[in-house]
Ligand binder design. Structure first.
Ligand code: FE2
Length: 220
């Protein structure tokens, strides 16, 4: 997870096979699985749509969320220590979700996003209350160049007293990436400071792009 420290994101490799990607994106057409559907244009978040799952999450997504949390939790603790934050991140996701619930954050945040030609997602952060996990994971469910063109993941790091740095990231089908939800600790001459991050998606030029977003903190 070194590149989380140095760049604010880490490619996790191909986590889902094509068939699994197709199964998950087929869930998009089952409204009973989702607690809400957001039309991004309506809120001026961009253009396109996403839906947040209900609990219980589909088994495969629940499993993935738990496993990814375990992989990321030690880096989350290191970041907390580097930035002298008070937040504790327990060993497993269930305990972390209990902390969220105690702070009134009880609604599930994993989501499916659907972009068509002309759709995009403005730069933002996915924070839903006081408690947050410092990383989130995005899995691309469509095949770039074959099923869609454009639609790259964007990450922008705003550095203090300096101009921002942009990363444009093309994901393969089934490929996952962990990104920082909020900031990155950067070592300076007097200890660590933080640089702020936002993420988004560049306009899809043609075709359809589905992604799975795995956010670990729940929403209030
Ligand atoms: Fe997001």
């Amino acid at each position: 997870m070194d590149s989380l420290w140095t760049r604010g994101y880490s490619r996790l490799g191909i986590l889902l096979e094509q068939r699994e990607c197709e199964e998950i994106r087929a869930l998009y057409a089952q409204p009973e699985l989702f607690r809400s559907r957001i039309d991004m244009a309506r809120y001026r978040f961009g253009r396109g749509e996403y839906q947040y799952f209900y609990y219980p999450l589909p088994a495969q997504i629940d499993e993935l969320r738990r496993e990814l949390y375990s992989q990321l939790v030690s880096t989350a603790r290191e970041w907390t220590a580097a930035l002298s934050r008070r937040q504790e991140y327990p060993e497993d996701l269930s305990c972390f979700l209990e902390q969220c619930a105690a702070a009134g954050q009880v609604r599930p945040t994993p989501l499916l996003l659907h972009y068509q030609a002309g759709d995009f997602n403005c730069l933002h952060q996915d924070l839903y209350g006081e408690i947050f996990f410092p990383f989130q994971v995005i899995v691309c469910l469509s095949k770039p160049e074959v099923e869609f063109q454009g639609g790259e993941l964007l990450l922008v790091e705003r550095r203090p007293r300096a101009q921002s740095v942009g990363h444009s990231i093309r994901l393969e089908q089934g490929e996952a990436i962990a990104i920082t939800t909020r900031y990155r600790p950067v070592r300076g001459t007097r200890g660590y400071h933080r640089t702020n991050f936002r993420h988004g998606v560049s306009p899809v030029l043609s075709g359809e792009r589905y992604t799975l977003g795995i956010i670990f903190h729940d929403a209030n």
